[in-house]
Ligand binder design. Structure first.
Ligand code: ATP
Ligand code: MG
Length: 176
């Protein structure tokens, strides 16, 4: 799977609709302090199903919604759309949209159809990408790898090896 485009609206500091093309190869995000680099990476993790507000530097999930500034009022929703190239379907592309509204929680769409958070997590877990993928290197992540407990480090390696999706499936199967 290869990410092609990320669209954000009302997500953290990205209040106005913003579109980013993601070209093949390694992508780096550079810019002055506070310009939104980490927010971008968080948007990518969020659309892939990140369920922890803390790992998005928020107290609650609604903290991802643009909170307003002295000049601009707050928004009541945030939406992130990810377009990816995949060999999984005939179109060769998938489009995932996550939207959160104040007081209404998150909703996901996959190629225009309503899906569950779990469906989205599984989709990306199998592709060795995912909200916690080591392919997304955020600030402090390198030192986190070094300081990790062995079990945590194993989880990182499994994710990198593309076998973490199997655990999601096994848990899923055990619940049935
Ligand atoms: P650094 O180089 O310091 O790591 P950065 O480019 O990673 O900076 P971010 O942390 O992505 O910057 O962006 C921080 C900015 O995003 C701050 O100005 C903060 O006020 C703003 N921000 C975060 N959450 C929201 C929100 N919900 N609504 C509005 N603005 C927000
Ligand atoms: Mg940052």
């Amino acid at each position: 799977m290869r990410f092609k485009r990320l669209k954000l609206s009302g997500f953290k500091s990205f209040v106005d609709p913003t579109e980013l093309r993601i070209e093949p190869g390694l992508t780096g995000v550079v810019g002055p302090n506070g310009c939104g680099k980490s927010n971008l990476l968080e948007a990518l993790r969020w659309v892939m199903g990140e369920g922890s507000a803390k790992s998005l530097r928020g107290g609650g999930m609604e903290d991802v919604i643009f909170a307003g500034t002295a000049q601009r009022p707050a928004r009541d929703f945030a939406e992130v759309q990810l377009l990816a190239e995949t060999a999984d379907n005939d179109d060769g592309e998938i489009e995932v949209v996550r939207r959160i509204e104040r007081g209404a929680g998150s909703a996901y769409r996959l190629n225009g159809r309503d899906v569950r958070a779990k469906d989205v997590a599984l989709l990306f877990a199998d592709a060795a990408t995912g909200a916690h993928s080591p392919a997304l290197v955020s600030q402090g992540r390198i030192s986190a790898v070094i300081a990790a407990r062995p079990t945590e480090r194993r989880a990182m390696l499994e994710e990198a090896a593309g076998i973490a999706g199997l655990h999601v499936r096994r848990k899923d199967a055990e619940q049935k």
